[in-house]
Design a protein around this ligand. Structure first.
Ligand code: CTP
Length: 400
């Protein structure tokens, strides 16, 4: 996987620098051509000569070093890279990238690259928990940077907690998975995500707890695997993944129009959105005032977008979701059949780790041919990859 790949290893100043040395050894052993950039603080911990000897390449340190080569260093390194790995990434480095600062060779090169960037943070556990740091990390995660979370353990500063750099072998495995093959290249994929909002009056609406995380994870992963992705998203707090075309909507009716407006050339539709089944019959133009002790809202059915797509399939692959609280397999199988789907992702939202807002899910895949696959508890990002593995097979079998 990493044979012949050009990797920029960015090293910032933390005690975990020694693990970057071990990682470098693993990378070069796998046949990667590794170019190391060290920040000034990293050089306080380890001399560049160590990295230079192990990488067999000069170590880059200065933004304005004209002695090293003819090309502009940060641009040539940024262009040359298949992958950036930042190990260890300090809170300062993560913060600078998140804010768009580029004041040294490492941050400038990261800003100039189009290669994927894998960030392995390591720091004191209180720094890691700091909400400003967490905000910065979340921002990078949502922008499509790959974050390898630190693990818990006893830290160099004497504290116990989360902040420890994972073992070099784990960072190595994460680097391999970032460079996944572009097996969905040429596939046009439409994903819906998030809740819908059905307005009652100018200040109120009916909605549900969907966070949109599952759909956004699918969109991001599909884009990374080479697909052209249109994401039709109800209101969420999430950042649109890099390279994904997003159409924001509010109501189920808007989602339906957006789906049908963008259906040309679509090979696969994945309906991860939690669409409201009903909307108020009348939307009050003015804010409704509280008068009577009881209030009855009259609701009417929204059209079932996925069922409609199932009736006019035209060779498209259709994937649905079924979030249930009881009789999971029965309800999911019914929806699979009734909506004419190729696969449905079923999850029992009452199970630990499978809720709407969390980062994990426990799902089953029900296929049109009757197969049922039960997956372990995993991160939504991993569920997305697993689902796309199945989508890829379905899509490939339809290729001429
Ligand atoms: N769906 C849709 N349009 C709707 C309702 C649902 O496209 N108006 C899609 C969802 O995006 C999901 C699948 O259909 O992929 C199943 O949605 P779900 O709400 O679980 O099922 P419903 O068919 O609405 O049935 P119920 O609410 O009775 O469980």
């Amino acid at each position: 996987m990493l044979q012949g790949k050009s990797i920029v290893l960015g090293v910032s100043g933390g005690i975990a620098v020694y693990k970057a040395i071990e990682l470098l050894r693993l990378l070069t052993k796998a046949g990667a051509d590794v170019h190391v950039i060290m920040t000034r603080n990293a050089r306080e911990f380890v001399a560049p000569l160590t990295f230079q000897t192990l990488s067999c390449n000069p170590v880059h340190t200065d933004l304005f070093d004209l002695s090293q080569e003819q090309e502009i260093d940060h641009i040539s390194l940024a262009d040359r890279a298949d992958l950036f790995i930042l190990v260890p990434a300090t809170a300062n480095l993560v913060g600078k990238i998140a804010q768009g600062l580029a004041d040294d060779l490492l941050t400038t090169t990261i800003m100039a690259t189009k290669a994927p960037v894998l960030i392995a943070p390591a720091m004191n556990s209180h720094m890691y928990e700091n909400r400003i740091y967490q905000r910065n990390q979340k921002c990078l995660d949502e922008l499509g940077y790959y974050i390898l979370e630190p693990v818990s353990g006893s830290l160099a500063c004497g504290w116990e907690g989360q902040g420890k750099l994972p073992d070099p072998a784990i960072i190595f495995a994460a680097a391999e998975s970032v460079l996944v093959p572009k097996d969905l290249l040429g596939c046009h994929l439409l994903v819906t995500a998030g809740p819908t909002q059905e307005e009652i009056d100018p200040v109120r609406y009916i909605s549900n707890y969907s966070s949109g995380k599952m759909g956004f994870a699918i969109a991001a992963a599909a884009q990374q695997r080479g697909a052209q992705v249109t994401l039709i998203a109800g209101p969420t707090n999430l950042t649109v993944p890099v390279g994904v075309h997003c159409v924001p909507v509010f109501s189920a009716a808007e989602m339906r129009s957006a789906v049908f407006d963008h259906l040309d050339d679509i090979d696969v539709v994945i309906k991860a959105a939690a669409v409201a089944d009903y909307r108020p019959v009348d939307r009050s133009v003015q804010k409704m005032k509280k008068t009577a002790d009881k209030l009855t809202l009259e609701l009417e059915k929204n059209s079932d977008i996925l069922a409609e797509l199932g009736q006019q399939k035209e060779g498209r692959i259709l994937i649905g979701f079924a979030a249930e609280t009881e009789r999971l397999l029965v309800h999911a199988a019914e929806k699979l059949q009734k909506k004419n789907l190729d696969l449905i992702v079923a999850n029992d939202i009452t199970r630990e780790g499978a809720g709407f807002d969390g980062d994990t899910n426990v799902v089953k895949f029900l296929h049109a041919d009757g197969r049922v696959e039960e997956l372990e508890l995993m991160r939504k990002k991993e569920v997305a990859q697993q689902l796309l593995d199945r989508v890829m097979v379905l899509w490939k079998t339809k290729q001429p």
